[in-house]
Write a protein that binds this ligand. Sequence first.
Ligand code: PEP
Ligand code: MN
Length: 342
Amino acid sequence: MLVVMQQDAGSEEIQRVVGVIEEMGYQARPIPGEQRMAIGVVGNDGPVDSSRVEGLPGVQEVISVSAPYKLVSREWRKEDTVIPLFNGTLIGGPNTVVMAGPCGVESEAQLMETAEAVAKAGATILRGGAFKPRTSPYSYQGMGVEGLKLLAKARELFGLAVITEAIDLESLDAVEEYADIIQIGARNMQNFSLLKRAGRARKPVMLKRGLSATLKEWLLAAEYILAEGNEQVILCERGVRSFETYTRNMVDINAIPVIKQLSHLPIVADPSHGTGRRELVVPIARAAVAAGADGIMVEVHRDPTQAKSDGPQSLYPEQFRTMMSELERISLAMGKPLLAGV
Ligand code: PEP
Ligand code: MN
């Protein structure tokens, strides 16, 4: 439920509404708007009897929020959420943004060479896993905190904002310290204690869609983060499991416009994990931008044949440059021109 106050409602009237909501056993979240104040009601798991607030002085209208998720819903917040980063990148704003880099940080030379290539081609956010969630315990697990330090060094050298994954509570503390965006991976989408911790973080969070999560489950997972107080959440469609085996996953292009309808949060697409095949990454990146994505995350490696993880889906720097010039044209046609370098 959302209580919209009259434009001239004073703080006493607002306090009274908050008090009544709390008396009813719910939490009240004042949402200041350009025109007027609204007060959101959270903590309910079903319909709320609005009659007690409807007649209170200063109340203009009471809107029921029908979705099970509240804070992430478009009903709750009509305007798009825009997430600013230190280097001028706005995620969910007027430009299409690109996050690029290796699947995993492997060495200083590998990261710096790749970071330089993606920065020169116009990416403004560097990706690279320092903590890798691998299907096999024998696969490359990442460099840990040393990897985070290299990412921070790349940020200094190239002006790129940094996104990297936290795989558990311990790594989240470290990622929060070093990165600009905390990534929660597909395998952890319903790790509720991790989501709650991310909700208390002081950095934006990118939540990838679970391997076979419905849009509702995904949005409820994002709700966990917002419910703890962190409103800086980005959603990332990275493909879902399907019957098809030719590709690694099936990119759900539908999800992009659907999320835009249902939520105010920015959505980016990851065609690398979505397809698992290098030659498909660029066409699907184009499709995602054409479908209205706020950005693209792609894996790029200076030499994919040597990559310790996800080499077959990693672009060569040259392919990345081609992708950027193609996305430049498509994003322009979509009215959301590529943010090329900051
Ligand atoms: C990644 O981005 O490196 C990753 C592990 O992705 P996902 O969680 O989508 O599999
Ligand atoms: Mn990967």
